[in-house]
Ligand binder design. Structure first.
Ligand code: SF4
Length: 287
């Protein structure tokens, strides 16, 4: 056997094996990010330390919606999309007095519901969601709110975020972390998450924080985002987790205002126009 042949055979086998492997797993689509590495023990400890401090600073943080039964919490959470909790709390007493359960709401006339929930905005779409969800609860679950995220998200008007809120607060069941605009912004600024995508942020937070803290994580980050880590003008000088925060503008805001230089860090996520960019944004990287 000549040396030339002996060298060429292994190369050919390696290439064939690589091609077979690529066929078996399939090439990764270009837009798909590579899988993230699991967080380190230090990253988990840091996230939990932040939660400890937020817990001390905001012991009153809880779901601000008014509700008495799981059914009411489901409907109030649907209404809270693109609306303040205060406004939802203004319309729900009359709504729940007239439609106290899924059966009564399922039989409601859309025009009547639209009139009642109009102040919460998007009232036509929300009426569709409320009635569809009520019918689903009544017809498929005997009027009861299921205790499983996978079952809940099959109901009209209920997404992962609503399901996590309902399970966590109505049943003390933690199957996910609800990521709304506040959780998205605050967790990115703190550097305990690093993405514009709520689903990715949820996965990152779940990997860092123990399950028993998932529901509190949502409550605390939302409360902190409303009171201190405000989208446009965060009160960094009063922030209990300032020392652990990774947001690049925190020093400037602690000194009383945004930095002068405009940055291009994800303004769109916060609904902030590019004219006033520096406020939102995320930390250089979640660690
Ligand atoms: S230091 Fe500022 S940016 Fe960081 S969490 Fe606190 S308020 Fe938010």
């Amino acid at each position: 056997m000549s040396p030339r042949i002996a060298k060429s055979r292994p190369r050919a086998r390696t290439k064939a094996r690589a091609q077979a492997g690529a066929r078996a797993t399939g090439p990764r689509p270009r837009h798909e990010k590579p899988p993230q590495r699991p967080p380190t023990a230090a990253a988990k400890a840091r996230a939990n330390q932040i939660l400890d401090l937020l817990e001390q600073a905001h012991p009153e943080a809880t779901c601000a919606l008014h509700w008495r039964t799981p059914y009411e919490l489901v409907m109030a959470t649907i209404l809270s999309a693109q609306c303040t909790d205060e406004r939802v709390n203004m319309v729900t007493p009359a709504l729940f007095a007239r439609y106290p359960d899924a059966a009564s709401l399922a039989a409601a006339r859309p025009a009547d519901v639209e009139r009642m929930i109009r102040p919460t905005g998007f009232f036509r779409a929300k009426t569709k969601s409320l009635l569809g969800c009520a019918r689903g609860l009544f017809e498929r679950h005997g009027g009861e709110v299921p205790r499983s995220l996978d079952v809940l998200v099959k109901l009209p008007g209920i997404g992962r975020k609503t399901a996590s809120v309902v399970l966590g607060h109505a049943y003390d069941v933690a199957e996910g972390i609800a990521v709304d605009t506040h959780v998205l912004r605050v967790s990115n600024r703190l550097g305990i998450a690093d993405s514009d995508d709520p689903l990715v942020v949820e996965r990152q937070l779940m990997a860092r924080i123990p399950r028993e803290r998932w529901t509190r994580t949502t409550d605390l980050l939302i409360f902190h985002g409303r009171k201190i880590c405000i989208a446009r003008r965060p009160l960094c000088g009063q922030c209990p987790v300032f020392a652990l925060c990774r947001w690049e503008h925190r020093q400037a805001f602690a000194l009383g205002g945004p930095p002068r230089a405009r940055r291009a860090t994800s303004p769109s996520r916060q609904g902030v126009s590019r004219k006033r960019t520096p406020t939102p944004g995320r930390s250089p990287g979640a660690k």
